[in-house]
Design a protein around this ligand. Structure first.
Ligand code: NAD
Ligand code: IPM
Ligand code: MN
Length: 357
């Protein structure tokens, strides 16, 4: 079984190498032969090849069982007038592999309830599965800039969606809701945006005609930002467009208490899936050995479950993480006052000890 590892930038290499240790151990323990190939993406790929997504990387990804990515980007490549950016590599790999569905589970471990800035009774019982549309919308619509006669500049980014793009993500989300608590929430901004009004119409039709067994509702994105921290436990599956899903899930990371806890899976109709933490390259932590590796370790569990049909192996990783948190081990991002924080590789050591136990 061949996995492509895309460490990327900032803390990316530090956390992907830790997830690799866990995967190597799982391979041994369960008798699988896991092979790993590391490829370039992001800023490091720009530095070495001039391209944030070199052709060799995409070719290796296409030939793999699944892909595990760290993060891309950082201040070094932030010049707004640069020819290309690290993030362009990530957007392109998603588009080229057709990874239109980004699954972001928000189910805080009960062992971690104290790490949230929100009160325990608000977070308790939260188990949300976000479906973020990943290859359309404002991130991929027409954009550009033009000089104006007054010396200023006009720039634009356009939100574009087609019926078929909405239908496929909505059906995936609805199928998932059917296997969970049968509640589906669609989030949009249909009071203002034409593209959101298409979402509203397309989703209502499918919900009514094909999923009448589900409890279906719609929420405007601004209100959702509030409901997410006032009554998170009332949501089950949430489906939304690319940018809204990006923003709402970073907000939702405060339910478990840190971005460093949230994994994601990006899936298409076929071909390899891409797995990554939802956080970025955390330039403020890079090179310090303090980043939380658990989001990436949990992403590798999602990889085994969704791309390798290895539910027992995925369960083992998730149970080990839960046990480590239960034993009180914390990286700095999830440590409360008075708790000693351990580093990136020490946290992985604790996870490996649990897997060995
Ligand atoms: P970020 O997610 O990198 O960091 C936000 C905050 O969360 C920081 O305080 C950071 O220290 C903390 N954090 C993130 N991951 C953590 C972890 N594993 N453990 C502990 N703390 C963690 O977001 P940003 O600072 O806005 O962006 C930095 C760069 O990352 C930008 O270039 C951005 O484009 C890029 N980015 C990449 C991805 C990706 O590759 N998927 C995602 C988001 C942002
Ligand atoms: C994420 C990131 C990316 C996104 C950026 C880096 C392109 O924020 O994976 O959530 O917006 O999708
Ligand atoms: Mn994001």
């Amino acid at each position: 079984m061949q996995f492509v590892l895309l460490p990327g930038d900032g803390i990316g290499p530090e956390i992907v190498s830790q997830a690799r240790r866990v995967l190597e151990f799982i391979g041994q323990k369960f008798g699988h032969s896991f092979q790993f190939q590391e490829c370039l993406i992001g800023g490091i790929a720009i530095d070495q090849t001039g391209d944030p997504l070199p052709a060799e990387t995409i070719a290796a990804c296409r030939g793999s069982q699944a892909i595990l990515l760290g993060a891309v980007g950082g201040p070094k490549w932030d010049d707004p007038s640069a020819k290309t950016r690290p993030e362009a590599g990530l957007l392109r790999i998603r588009k080229e592999l057709g990874l239109f569905a980004n699954l972001r589970p928000i189910a805080p471990f009960k062992e971690l309830l104290d790490a949230s800035p929100l009160r325990r009774e608000i977070v308790e019982g939260t188990d949300i599965l976000f479906f973020r549309e990943l290859t359309g919308g404002i991130y991929f619509g027409p954009s550009g800039s033009e000089d104006l006669p007054d010396g200023g500049v006009r720039s634009f980014s356009t939100m574009v969606y087609e019926t078929s793009e909405i239908e496929r993500i909505f059906r995936l989300a609805a199928d998932a809701a059917r296997l969970r608590r049968k509640k589906l929430t669609m989030v949009d901004k249909a009071n203002v945006l034409e593209a959101s009004r298409l979402w509203r119409k397309v989703c209502a039709k499918i919900a009514q005609e094909e999923y009448s067994d589900l409890e279906y509702d719609v929420v405007l994105v601004d209100a959702m930002a509030m409901h997410l921290i006032s009554r998170p436990a009332t949501f089950d599956v949430v489906v939304t467009s690319n940018m809204f899903g990006d923003i709402l899930t970073d907000e939702a990371s405060m339910l478990p208490g840190s971005l460093g806890m949230l994994p994601s899976a990006s899936l298409g109709a076929d071909g390899p899936g891409l797995y990554e933490p939802i956080h970025g390259s955390a330039p403020d932590l890079a090179g310090k050995g303090v980043a939380n590796p658990l989001a990436t370790i949990l992403a590798s569990a999602m990889m085994l479950r969704h791309s390798c049909a290895m539910p027992a192996e995925a369960d083992a990783i998730e149970a080990a993480v839960q046990a480590v948190l239960g034993a009180g081990h914390r990286t700095a991002d999830i440590a409360r006052q008075g708790q000693t924080a351990i580093g990136t590789s020490e946290m992985t050591d604790r996870v490996l000890e649990q897997l060995k136990a």
